[in-house]
Design a protein around this ligand. Sequence first.
Ligand code: F6P
Length: 425
Amino acid sequence: MKKKQRDFTITTLGAPKVLTPLELSTQRNDGQANYTNDDQYVLYDIETGRNGPDRIFNQKELLEMAGPRERIFFDPAKVHAAIVTCGGLCPGLNDVVRAMVMCLWFRYGVRRISGIRFGYRGFLSRFGLPVMELKPDVVSDIHRKGGTILGSSRGYGDCTGEIFDSLEQMNVNILFAIGGDGTLGVALKLSKAGVNVIGIPKTIDKDLAETDYTLGFETAINVITEEVDRLRTTAGSHQRIFVVETMGRHAGWLALEGGESSGAYIILIPEYDFSLERVNELVLEGRKAGARYDIILVAEGAKPMGGTEFVRVEGVDSFGHKALGGIGEYLANEITDNTELECRSVVLSHLQRGGAPCAYDRRMGRYFGIAAIDLITNNDYGKMVCYRNGRITSVPLSRVIGKTNFVNVDTEYDKERYNGRRTIL
Ligand code: F6P
C-alpha cells in the first residue's frame, strides 16, 4: 500500500451547504417526517437505577442517531459508490444492497454504483472479475432472495494495499463493506489509509461487538426452531435424545437463543466449558422426571472442561479462524455410552445461513442500508451502522474491531442447569 494517504473526499463541497433533495420537515409535531440533526443521540448504555445520571454525557456514552440531514456533503454527479459483500453468507445481504441502491438512486440521484463480485476477491486483478453495474431494475426484487447477488468469499490475508489501489483505479470514492469481523477489519485498515468506507454488520453468529443485531441472525434462529420442531417428531416417537449442533464459533447466541425459542432441555455454548458428567446427570434426571425424549443444543465452538474445540479441518484460514465441527457427534456418542439411552446428532451447518431472509432480516437489511447512505451524506466515514437500544445508529469501526460480543454467562446463562437465561418456567 502506498504510504501517502489518498484523499477520497469530495472536496468541491466543503461544509454541508447543499440542501438535500429530500423534502422533509424541520418542525417537530407537524405530522411530517423530520430531518435528523447532529444533536440527536442514542444512549450507549440504558440500564440505570431509579436516580438517573444528573450530568452532561461525554461523547463516548453517546451514539449519533441515524437519519437524513437537511444539509449534505454530497455531489451526486461525483459519486462512484462500490458495494461489496464478504465472508460467510447470511440472509439479508440482498436487502441491504437493494436499500442502498434505491436510496442512492432515487433519493440522491447517484448514477454510478458498482457491485464488487465475490467479496474482496473482486478487487484483486488476478481473479479478473468484472464489476456488476447496480441500478434499480437490477435490484428491484432481490430482497426476497437468500445469499447475495454479488457473490462472496472469505479473505486472502492482508490484501488491503491491492484493494486500495484497485479502488483508486476504478475511481471509486465511497465503499460500503457488508461483513463480519474479518471484512470490517479490512474496512478499518482501508479507512485508516484514507478510503471513505462504511461497514454494515452481518453474521449469523451475532458475535460482532457494539451492535445488538447482526444481519442473518433471526433467520438462522427461525431455521433452528423449525428444524428442532421437526426432530421432535422422531425424538418423541422413538424416545430418543437429539444433539443439535449449531454454528457459533466464539459466541453461543445461536445455540442459546435457538435453544430458548425451540425449548431445548440443555444448551451448551463456547463461553462456558461444560462437564460431561453434568450433562449425563441432567439427561438421566429428565428421564426420571418423566421426559419422553430430549433436545440438546450445542454450539460448534462449545467444549468440555479441560478439552479443546472440535475442528473439522486442521489449520486456520487467513483471518486465523479454525473450521469447527464435531462436538455434536462426540456428545451423542458419550451420552449413549454413559446413559444407555439412544442419542443421535444432527449438524445444522449451512442450512442456518441459507434460504430467503425472514421478515426481520428484510427490515433490518433495509434500515441498515438506508442508515449507511445517511452516514455518507453527512460525510461520516470509518463507521459501522449498528442497532443499539432499539435505535439504528452508528459506531466507529475502531470500536468494533478486536472485540467480541459474547454471551454474558453470569447474567444470560444458567450454569447450573446448563440452560438458557435464568427464567424459571
Ligand atoms: O459466519 C460465521 C460462521 O457462521 C461460523 O459460525 C462458522 O464456523 C463459519 O461461519 C462456517 O462458515 P464456512 O463453512 O462457510 O466457512
